[in-house]
Ligand binder design. Structure first.
Ligand code: GDP
Length: 373
């Protein structure tokens, strides 16, 4: 069969892998071939008709090539991260690849954090984490792509900072980059179909160009799935289920030592040693937290993962990694963060230390940070 290419992005048309470049449902391929009309891949089709950007997953190698391209350009780099999963949002080595270019750091999904958290505290925390990664962002902004919060400010700031240069938007999968870019487009165009006309064959398949008035472009680069993200291990349905869509409501659990909290079947928290006290859990309201005795917790998990302890559901258990235990002796007010899932606040002091263990699927990060709230 003759090789078909998308006339929008030049990708090879295929109907096997929805997540890869060039995906087009078989029926659309047949229709276009029969009527001898132009063929767009699903991504370009949706872009043309709905101004809707769909993410394509690419391999780490392709991603690195793209990052090199960013380093070789004179551009403003907009790095979008998920405030709720900062650990899972980090692009390893980004600081090396951006070389001399300015970076604007955008913390998205602000709507999820409890309103009591001050913006300044969050931006400061993002800045510190960026510094730890060797990034020196010229500015840090907080947005909610979903609620169109601070989109105007973002556009204004990009205009100021880019000073006539192109803009590269980078971020790992699931941080909300597509939603954010769609929000930016609809803010700029008032929902008019402007990108459609400016997509020509020959544009590389791995990025989307959004033209700006002065002949520069915003380049939307595809995201990679980060191995430390919960997203890597969950079905799309379960991921949706445990990803917060709105402000999370903290829940405090009074625990005795030697008690365990299961976070669905996804993770676990053991209170090993210390005085009876409250632990505050920040997870999506859907996630079922269940208390058991520490002594019987292993057996309870083996017996009930997939029925009482869900997600993951029984049919997905084979794919789900074993939980790995991380032990901490806490002497401060800290958050234990389960990457991509949420966190538990532990209040301790040097005179009243607390010993806990956090269990997460093998590969998913568990980190400790100064309490955010
Ligand atoms: P991408 O992979 O980075 O392009 O991310 P998407 O734009 O596809 O978004 C990933 C998930 O996060 C989707 O379920 C979105 O609905 C959700 N999302 C995106 N932006 C926001 C936001 O500002 N707040 C919240 N609560 N969810 C968001």
């Amino acid at each position: 069969m003759e090789e078909l290419l998308c006339i929008g992005c030049g990708a090879k048309i295929q109907s096997e892998n929805k997540e890869a470049a060039g995906y087009t449902p078989r029926s659309s391929v047949e229709k276009a071939t029969e009527s001898d009309s132009d063929l767009y891949c699903q991504r370009c089709f949706r872009l043309r008709h709905y101004n809707d950007i769909v993410d394509v997953h690419i391999s780490d190698d392709e991603f690195l090539t793209l990052l090199h391209e960013v380093g070789d350009s004179q551009a403003l780099v907009v790095n979008v991260v998920d405030i709720f999963d900062l650990n899972g949002s980090v692009i390893p080595g980004l600081s090396r690849f951006v070389s001399g270019n300015d970076v604007l750091l955008v913390g998205n999904k602000k709507d999820i954090l409890p309103k009591s958290v001050k913006d300044s505290k969050v931006t400061q925390w993002l800045r510190e984490r960026a510094h730890e990664e060797g990034l020196r962002p010229v500015d840090v902004l907080l947005t909610s792509a979903q609620n169109h919060y601070a989109i105007k400010e973002l556009i204004e700031r990009i205009e100021e900072l880019r000073a006539g240069r192109d803009v590269y938007v980078v971020g790992v999968t699931n941080v909300g980059k597509s939603t954010l870019i769609n929000a930016v487009i609809s803010e700029i165009t008032g929902d008019k179909n402007v990108i459609t006309t400016s997509r020509f064959p020959g544009t590389t398949l791995d990025k989307i160009e959004i033209p700006l008035d002065d002949g520069s472009y915003i380049f939307d680069t595809p995201g990679i799935i980060h191995r430390h993200q919960m997203a890597h291990y969950l079905s799309a349905k379960d991921l949706k289920y445990v990803s917060p869509k709105k402000e999370i409501k903290p829940k405090t659990y009074q625990l005795n030592p030697e008690q365990t909290l299961f976070l669905g079947g996804l993770a676990r928290f053991d209170f090993i040693k210390g005085d009876k006290q409250g632990f505050t859990a920040y997870f999506d309201n859907n996630l079922d937290l269940r208390r058991t005795k520490l002594a019987g917790a292993d057996d309870f998990y083996d017996k009930h993962q997939g029925d009482l302890l869900v997600p993951p559901h029984a049919k997905d258990l084979a794919e789900f990694p074993a939980l790995v235990r991380h032990e901490f002796t806490v002497t401060d007010k800290i958050d234990i963060v389960y990457s991509g899932l949420g966190w538990i606040r532990v209040k301790a002091s040097s005179s009243q230390p607390v010993k806990v263990a956090a269990w997460a699927p093998d590969g998913v990060g568990v980190v400790i940070r100064k309490a955010l709230i």
